[in-house]
Design a protein around this ligand. Structure first.
Ligand code: NJP
Length: 236
């Protein structure tokens, strides 16, 4: 494998943070995106201490028109980009009847449209290099619905469709696209919803991060296009 430069969204905590650390430990230079600047700076310092290059880019991904220029700037800063991990995501628990329009729009903006814009921003770089890997962190909620998770499920079904369409469209350019669909993962996202699940049976963020690295580091001639990664105990 040649250059190893990756962009990770939602890198301030949870799956994104572990993915950044996992990739850095395996020789990847990483660009870190999220809103929380102190967390990004702390993570970048941790990665630098490991002897790897890390670049924090504090950014609100719901500022959609800023994302194509941001991707171009990051690719320029790193001198290229082989991997984009669209991981940032948010959830809100409510019946559809009670979901405020503003919440619906924010979920779709962060979970789907931001990924679409990051992809549009990075594709010219990947096409010019005739290769690259895009991993979209979808969810089991992109394959089956759960009551009270309506807006989230709509966003994840959308992200799955985006991934599978893109995988077909970018094949001729040597670009791989993977939709990773995990079941429940023990991360701070569960602090943001009023749900009382047993977190002990969930996947660890580290396991998901290792899976993302395995997807990325497959030989270039092989591509995992959709991967469902479940806790052994099943959907929680
Ligand atoms: O979530 P969490 P996870 N602009 O809450 C960032 C999917 N998934 O690691 O901005 C920019 O720990 C936020 O950063 P900050 C899930 O749908 C999870 O569990 O600083 N960034 C933070 O870094 C999501 O797509 C489970 O607040 C924004 C990150 O996103 C992905 O996995 C199961 C942002 C969220 O960290 C990571 O989730 C499953 C914005 N506007 C799929 N808003 C699970 N945990 O059980 C949020 O199937 N972020």
């Amino acid at each position: 494998m040649g250059d190893k430069r990756a962009i990770i969204t939602g890198a301030s905590r949870g799956i994104g943070r572990y993915t950044a650390l996992e990739l850095a430990r395996h020789g990847w230079e990483v660009a870190l995106i999220a809103r929380s600047e102190p967390e990004l700076l702390g993570l970048a310092a941790e990665i630098t201490a490991l002897g790897q290059r890390a670049h924090p880019y504090p950014q609100d991904l719901s500022a959609l028109t800023e994302l194509v220029p941001l991707m171009r700037r990051i690719a320029e800063d790193m001198g290229g980009c082989e991997v984009l991990v669209n991981n940032a995501g948010i959830a809100h628990l409510a019946n559809l009847a009670d979901t405020p329009l503003a919440v619906w729009q924010q979920i779709l903006a962060v979970n789907v449209t931001a990924a679409f814009q990051c992809i549009q921003g990075i594709l010219p770089t990947m096409r010019a290099a005739q290769g690259g890997t895009i991993v979209n962190v979808v969810s089991i909620a992109g394959q089956q619905v759960f009551p009270q998770w309506g807006a989230y499920c709509v966003s994840k079904y959308g992200l799955l469709a985006l991934s599978q369409t893109l995988a077909q469209e970018e094949r001729p350019y040597g670009i791989r696209v993977c939709a990773l669909c995990p079941g429940a993962v023990d991360t701070p996202i569960w602090d943001t919803v009023p749900a009382n699940f047993d977190r002990a049976g969930m996947l660890s963020a580290q396991t998901v991060a290792q899976t993302i690295r395995q997807i990325i580091e497959l030989p270039a001639a092989a591509s995992i296009e959709t991967l469902t990664l479940m806790p052994q105990a099943g959907v929680l």
